[in-house]
Write a protein that binds this ligand. Structure first.
Ligand SMILES: Cc1cc2nc3c(=O)[nH]c(=O)nc-3n(C[C@H](O)[C@H](O)[C@H](O)COP(=O)(O)O)c2cc1C
Length: 177
């Protein structure tokens, strides 16, 4: 499979990257090809809601969304990798998701497999309730086929994350695809 990882943490060597790298190692070992898009360092602007695209058509904004569109529509799977920011995905990743607007139908027709990799400082059982609900709703709406969620409770720093079992869980998710 061709897998596109939308890397939504601005920290290239942070906890989200640890999970993403572990997932990729597992997926590579199982013969998949992973392509990481570092969305925080791309040129991507928020949707301006003009709907000139008609929910499927060229976007009036010319930026890296076109590259992401091409990558996703030629992939078999998308991975959303994000730190928990105020109980949701990072704004950088949400900006990419909002721009799905201009290729909504194409993305829906692709029926991509998907996964969520995320980390948070908190370890309460409700930590990921909102993000989980958002991801699962996207899966339902965009017709993705969920392959799993790695929810890194208590992963506030790289050393906390390294000590946790979540990188191994992310590796196993990639390996068992
Ligand atoms: C702007 C911001 C918002 C955050 N919001 C939350 C939050 O709502 N809940 C939580 O448990 N941790 C929160 N955190 C902590 C991060 O999710 C956590 O430190 C994570 O490991 C950072 O991942 P990274 O190393 O990939 O940047 C927040 C951190 C930042 C910078």
């Amino acid at each position: 499979m061709k897998i596109t990882v939308l890397m939504g943490s601005p920290n290239r060597n942070g906890s989200t990257a640890l999970l993403a790298d572990s997932f990729i190692k597992g997926a590579d070992e199982s013969g998949h090809t992973c392509n990481v898009i570092d969305v925080c360092h791309c040129d991507i602007h928020p949707c301006i809601g003009c709907v000139r695209c008609g929910y499927e058509g060229p976007c009036v904004q010319k930026d890296d969304t076109e590259m992401i569109r091409k990558e996703l529509l030629s992939s078999d799977m998308v991975v959303f990798a994000t730190p928990l920011y105020y109980y949701g995905m990072s704004a950088q990743l949400k900006t990419v998701v909002d721009r799905f607007c201009a290729y909504n139908s194409s993305l829906n027709s692709r029926h991509l497999k998907s996964a969520l990799l995320t980390v948070a400082w908190n370890a309460d059982d409700w930590t990921f309730d909102a993000l989980k609900a958002h991801y699962q709703t996207l899966v339902r709406y965009i017709n993705f086929e969920d392959q799993g969620m790695i929810l890194g409770y208590g992963c506030g720093t790289v050393s906390m994350t390294k000590r946790s079992g979540y990188p191994e869980k992310a590796y196993q998710l990639g390996k068992n695809l």
